[in-house]
Design a protein around this ligand. Sequence first.
Ligand SMILES: Nc1ncnc2c1ncn2[C@@H]1O[C@H](COP(=O)(O)OP(=O)(O)O)[C@@H](O)[C@H]1O
Ligand SMILES: [Mg+2]
Length: 340
Amino acid sequence: MTPLRILILAHPDLVPPDNMAELSEEEAYVWKTEYDVMKTLRDAGHEVSMLGVQTELAPIRDAVENWKPNIVFNLLEEFHGETLYAQNVVGLLELLRVPYTGCNPRGLMLARGKDLSKKLLKYHRVPVPAFAVFPMGMKVRRPARLKFPLIVKSLWEDASLGIAQASIVDTDEKLAERVAFIHKRLNTPAIAEEFIEGREIYVGCLGNDRLQVLPVWELSFSNLAEGSHAIATEKVKHDPIYQEKRGILQGPAENLPANVVTKIRTLAKRICHTLELDGYCRIDFRLSKDNVPYFIEANPNPEIAESQEFAQAAQHASISYSDLLNKIVTLGLKRAGVEV
Ligand SMILES: Nc1ncnc2c1ncn2[C@@H]1O[C@H](COP(=O)(O)OP(=O)(O)O)[C@@H](O)[C@H]1O
Ligand SMILES: [Mg+2]
């Protein structure tokens, strides 16, 4: 690939410090995605500049107009601290007519709402857990069709914010308590979904119109505490010491019947198309005991540190990390009609 000028957009707190290479793995953990992307693109010969943005739009416009990047590598997940605004920054990049990596703003919007995405997918015959939404300031009344156990989550926050063992509830009283917790702690509506007991399955997809589906991946829990449910809580996702203690591993999903693998891959593609996702995304399922893959959520622009699920699944499909980032860049350029 010919060397490009690449502008990485990231949260200002996530712009890696200059001494990154000297830090221990634990110290460097928070910046791992940004550092991996920056370093790998530089090592591949690109000219890379990283811009931390969160409250001001002018620096984005200035950098695009003055530095003239060939493409913006979008690692931004929020603006003004709001997850819901992330799509608007991509909207700005569209309006500035600068190519960018990852998902378009419509896809970001359709995937964001854990209710909206499920409504659209149900129409397209994708199995989804039954759910109900509990807006802020309204009394919690469970529809009779919604059976316990349920899992209570924020309607649109991600990174497992607010997800703990206590998210799984089996009485109306606990449901009301957990909904109140989400309202108060995350300041968003809550969604309660039928809890799907089973395996945690992730599927990475790469592409705009034609999709490449990465190997079916699994998060497994080999040493859970007595009585705990195997779910990706905040601690499971973000605490390396806890991960080690609880034997939390990610890797290729093993011993799946071939027809189940085919089903999961077909559903993943249908989900990407229905939700208008492009670039790269990860679709999350729970595979029930009777092997029905239930859609849990779509993650456009999933985390892509080299050690994380998406990049690991790519590596398993013989796509090196450097090739993966180059592919993501190429997809952004192609969508913008740039010859590559
Ligand atoms: N309906 C469900 N049934 C079983 N587990 C669920 C369900 N919804 C969420 N989970 C568990 O909670 C985790 C986080 O939920 P998710 O909706 O993906 O939120 P986030 O956007 O924060 O990642 C999932 O990875 C899964 O382990
Ligand atoms: Mg998730």
